[in-house]
Ligand binder design. Structure first.
Ligand code: ZN
Ligand code: ZN
Length: 252
């Protein structure tokens, strides 16, 4: 039997250098409203604490054929509820949008689609968070998801489908949940992008990731066993170091 190529790369995209002030707005991409046009991690405290925002609305927009897996969205909601202090709750709304028709999408393509379709923006006491599910892959073909602004993430639906649900592959729910939660971890400021580390656990070779191979925020490439792990194992949880960071920045 042809052995499926194991591809597992979760990416965080930094348009600006992380050494910039974290509240700096994003440049180089089509702008969205100012509260949501910041760098990854810039809203970590706002997402974790109830100080300024008491609820989160997650908008998911998907292209034809790539509707989210329902169990994965339940897992995502539970993930947020476990970590953030939001007395007003965390809600998900989803809608279909026009397909891109592209095999490969660039970061600029993704940001343009977001700008043209997104409706959930931060307003009043509610934070707006956005996931786009695409019908194509990323310019780096082994990337499954990206976090590219303070409340903006993309799931490469075609790449997820190609790498899950088949014989010898991880289940759709396990892979999709892992990517959703991993990208959400980045906008919550992990690792060391808007949420200060309580102890040093950053993977020096893969900035913004955790050095614990069993942690959700571990950086895993096609040369690792992580996807293989998902076939028999569970969705990786956050380890103690990542949890401690989030708690110290206003989370549960
Ligand atoms: Zn990552
Ligand atoms: Zn960790």
């Amino acid at each position: 039997m042809k052995h499926a190529i194991l591809v597992f790369l979760l990416a965080i995209i930094s348009v600006n250098n992380f050494s910039c002030k974290k509240s700096d707005t994003i440049t180089g991409l089509p702008s969205i409203n100012s509260d949501n046009n910041k760098q990854v991690g810039a809203s970590a405290n706002d997402l974790l604490s109830a100080t300024t925002y008491t609820s989160i609305k997650i908008e998911i927009q998907y292209m034809p054929g790539f509707a989210p897996d329902a169990a994965s969205l339940n897992n995502l909601t539970a993930f947020f509820n476990t970590l953030v202090n939001k007395p007003g709750g965390v809600t998900i709304v989803q809608s279909a949008i026009t397909g891109s028709g592209k095999t490969v999408l660039s970061l600029n393509d993704i940001a343009t689609i977001e700008k043209n379709n997104r409706t959930a923006y931060t307003s009043g006491s509610q934070l707006g968070v956005y996931f786009l599910y695409t019908d194509g892959g990323y310019t780096e073909g082994n990337v499954l998801g990206v976090a590219f602004r303070n409340t903006s993430m993309c799931i490469f639906g075609k790449t997820i489908h190609d790498n899950s649900g088949g014989i010898g592959q991880a289940s759709r729910t396990k892979l999709e949940s892992t990517v959703l939660e991993h990208e959400a971890g980045h906008i919550l400021g992990l690792v060391d992008v808007g949420t200060t580390m309580q102890t040093n656990h950053k993977d020096a070779a893969h900035g913004s990731h955790c050095n614990n191979t069993n942690c959700l925020m571990y950086y895993a490439s096609e040369t690792t066993d992580v996807l293989g792990f998902l076939i028999t194992g569970s969705i990786p949880p956050l380890d103690a170091n990542c949890k401690a960071d989030l708690k110290a920045n206003g989370g549960k």
